[in-house]
Write a protein that binds this ligand. Structure first.
Ligand code: A2P
Length: 274
């Protein structure tokens, strides 16, 4: 079974979940039900993914109780600002069909818009009202995190950032550790681009595992929360089967050496404006 991580507000989150970026809304119910049947208890969606309705349907139609499933959604960039955030949250909840959400994240800081502090104040309100259990952010750089803490006194539970063997974010992780913020990895498999790496394939062969499983295991052993996306039933099962082997210190170091200066796949949060 998947271990739980305790966040800085005491909330417990399964360390591995299913990412659903790019999952079509009409396919989501079937995929979500299959994931729940295979032991997933953590689903990571976002308003921007356009599949909150399908995710909610899959959960409602499954045999697993709503309160046994940890669901994250995210506020999209065009809804930042105090009042707009409250409205966007209601819309997401209507689509998901939930009474309460487990975690809500600010999707991108959008520093040029300079609205993320007031957005965060709306998040604090939603949490204080009990409508969401845990609040966090995504793609926030260290100065954005420090500003939230300085101006509101409330530290995000998590920061979900791009993180995979080619883009390991060591400096960012150090800041999270200092502030007590859990690190979540988006595109934890590097969107599939790292899977042909010979070092990973060699390590995988020692355990009878795949390169994808070695990457996910590396993230688990680093104490990170990881949300691999798969719409395929076999790969979904494969991705959650990473709790029956352990990488050695030497193997962890070998994977650490795959980090690359230009390993980033997604946008740079400092300049991203969309
Ligand atoms: P698919 O949905 O067809 O399984 P990331 O989570 O890093 O963004 O990576 C997601 C991509 O990696 C998707 O294209 C997904 O395709 C693919 N993928 C997910 N799990 C595996 C796996 N175990 N082996 C190979 N490819 C995978």
């Amino acid at each position: 079974t998947v271990p739980m991580i305790t966040l800085n507000d005491g909330t417990k989150i399964p360390q591995l979940g299913l990412g659903v970026w790019k999952m079509p809304d009409d396919e989501a119910p079937g995929i979500i039900m299959s994931a729940l049947n295979n032991g997933y208890r953590h689903i990571d969606t976002a308003a921007a993914y356009g599949n909150e309705v399908g995710v909610g349907k899959g959960i409602a139609q499954s045999d697993v109780a709503r309160d046994e499933i940890f669901v994250t959604s995210k506020l999209w960039n065009d809804r930042q600002g105090f009042d707009e955030t409250l409205r966007a949250f209601d819309e997401s909840m209507g689509k998901l069909g939930f009474e309460t959400l487990d975690m809500y994240l600010i999707h991108w800081p959008m520093p040029a818009k300079d609205k993320y502090v007031e957005t965060w104040k709306a998040f604090i309100r939603l949490r204080d009202e009990g409508r969401v259990r845990a609040i966090g952010v995504s793609n926030f750089l260290p100065d954005h995190l420090e500003r939230l803490v300085d101006e509101t006194g409330v530290t995000p539970c998590v920061n979900q950032v791009e993180l995979h063997p080619r883009f390991q974010q060591a400096a960012q992780r150090k800041v999270h550790d200092k502030l007590g913020i859990a690190t979540e990895c988006w595109s934890p498999l590097g969107q599939g681009e790292v899977l042909g790496e010979p070092a990973l394939i060699e390590i995988a062969s020692r355990y009878g595992k795949s390169a994808a499983q070695v990457i996910l295991r590396w993230e688990i052993q680093l104490g990170l929360i990881t949300i691999p996306k798969s719409a395929n039933h076999d790969r979904m099962r494969e991705n959650i089967s990473v709790f029956d082997f352990e990488l050695s210190d030497a193997e962890m170091a070998q994977i650490a050496s795959l980090d690359s200066k230009d390993g980033r796949i997604g946008p740079d949060p400092a300049t991203a404006d969309f």
